[in-house]
Design a protein around this ligand. Structure first.
Ligand code: GLY
Ligand code: MN
Ligand code: MN
Length: 494
């Protein structure tokens, strides 16, 4: 932001001063009719706050700070991503905010009653020209349906007496909060004031009044069960991600780079209106697939490797998490096929255990058994203990506003949405025949738990070997998409 303020300092402020500060400020309007129509409603967020309130212990307050902004490079911030809890309970997407939800009605000195209050960043026409429109207090009232809303700078003035609550439910403080010298009511100040007012230690576990465990439990219990509105968005995110996988399967060939494949996925996501990816896209060809969260995607030619593609579209805040592993040349080799089939069978074994009331551990054990016994049978591992090394992660997790979404991870319940994602990774140098080296397979699907079983939300992208190979044989609209060679690379041969 430094350059921004230098420019404001040198150019805009003088003109304001010259005009005595009366210069009309332009309105930076975002026209509603140009915007998506299927965001979560104010009614949804209000319902979530009410559900939280009803589950809170007597005489308590829940404290939810926005996530900090983060520097990407000089004068440039990372695209802002709201704290999913704050978004879930408010719909507010801007930084520098604080939500308080009270277990029972409060009354201010003027006799106004309220059981929740949202502090937001103040409207500022100059800043809005640079970084986009802010809702401000009035916008939050009219669009998000809150009645008690203040600018952050009013937090101290409101004089909330936190000492009267038996419990303050909250997450640990956000870390590394930048302190803008230009904004005296940014997140840094909100947190500082809260600390001063409550005497909260940096490490909240040192003071019994602050209860992070109950906060986590209550928010997990709410967020792990998806409402119909959330399911609509998740279904869409998952279907979009599958269409990304399908388009890549049709277009893939050995001359492509990992980055190009990433671009195809993300282009399809955006074409369908998904704003972000829910995590860095993982496109790992051959050995790179053995790095579980490989995100650099810099291999310039995928060749005839199998490519592990773990990519999730984030649609209106809700992210999918779908992995397909495909042969770039169109056909799995014998060894790749054998490993792939084991992962597929493990996934199927896990699927069979899923239903309302079943345990995560049942699915975990079913999948692991197939993989470890199978790897021993193939001769990749000499015993099941060694085989475990080739499957070094858990079976799955909830998805939602976080890719690894909040959950209690005990029993499965209907309307949870989870991933089932067994994998086998055999890096170079492994203690087995070389023919197995650099084979990495993960198959990851997203499932809705139902009363009697599950619904495979990610059925749109093929999982079976023959279905994948068939789709790769199909033509792609991109087959004829050619860009001219770059002049700038010619001399040096790249
Ligand atoms: N994409 C991260 C994971 O599968 O958990
Ligand atoms: Mn996952
Ligand atoms: Mn994944």
């Amino acid at each position: 932001m430094t350059r921004l303020f230098r420019i404001i300092g040198r150019c805009l402020l003088p003109s304001l001063l010259i005009s005595g500060g009366l210069m009309a400020q332009p309105l930076f309007t975002q026209h509603e009719e140009d915007q998506p129509k299927d965001y979560l409603t104010a009614y949804f967020h209000a319902g979530r706050r009410q559900a939280l309130r009803e589950s809170m212990p007597a005489n308590s307050v829940a404290v939810i700070f926005a996530y900090p902004t983060r520097t990407f490079s000089n004068d440039v911030s990372y695209i802002y991503h709201q704290n999913p809890d704050l978004y879930y309970f408010s719909g507010y997407k801007e930084p520098h905010a604080l939500l308080l939800v009270f277990s029972k009605q409060q009354e201010d000195s003027a006799g106004n009653r309220f059981d929740e209050v949202l502090f937001v960043q103040k409207k500022n026409a100059q800043m809005e020209q640079w970084t986009g429109k802010r809702l401000g207090v009035e916008g939050v009232k009219s669009k998000l349906g809150f009645t008690t809303v203040y600018n952050g700078e009013d937090f101290p003035k409101l004089g909330i007496d936190f000492s009267k609550f038996d419990k303050i439910l909250m997450d640990p403080f956000p870390i590394d909060i930048p302190d803008s010298k230009w904004d005296k009511a940014d997140l840094y100040e909100l947190v500082q004031y809260f600390k001063t007012k409550t005497g909260a230690p940096d490490d909240l576990s040192k003071d019994k009044r602050f209860d992070t465990k109950t906060y986590r439990k209550l928010t997990a219990q709410l967020r792990e069960i998806k409402t119909p509105e959330e399911l609509d968005l998740l279904r869409k995110a998952v279907e979009i991600s599958c269409q990304g996988q399908n388009e890549v399967m049709k277009a893939v060939h050995p001359d492509m780079s990992e980055l190009e494949i990433q671009g195809l996925h993300e282009f399809v996501h955006k074409k369908y209106g998904a704003e972000h990816v829910g995590y860095g896209s993982i496109i790992g060809a051959g050995e790179n697939g053995c790095i579980l969260h490989y995100e650099t995607n810099t291999k310039t030619r995928v060749g005839n490797d199998i490519i592990l593609m773990d990519v999730g579209a984030e649609y209106h805040g809700y992210t999918a998490d779908v992995t397909r592993t495909i042969p770039a040349g169109g056909k799995f080799s014998e060894e790749q096929r054998a490993v792939y089939q084991l992962v597929y069978d493990a996934q199927e074994a896990a699927f069979k255990t899923l239903k309302h009331g079943s345990k995560w551990a049942d699915a975990e054990m079913a999948a692991r058994k197939v993989i470890t016994e199978g790897l021993v049978k193939l001769g990749v591992a000499k015993d099941e203990n060694e085989a475990n090394k080739y499957y070094p992660h858990g079976l799955g997790h909830h998805i939602g506003l976080d890719v690894h979404d909040r959950g209690t991870y005990d029993k499965l319940k209907k309307n949870m949405v989870i991933t089932i994602e067994p994998g086998i990774y055999i890096p170079e140098g492994s203690n087995c025949d070389k023919k197995w080296w650099s084979i990495a397979v993960r198959i990851e699907d997203d499932l809705l738990i139902t009363e009697k079983g599950y619904e495979l939300l990610s059925h749109f992208a093929p999982r079976k070997i023959e279905d994948i190979e068939r789709l790769i044989r199909e033509n792609s609209a991109l087959d004829d998409f050619r860009l001219p060679p770059l002049e700038s690379g010619k001399k040096k041969g790249f």
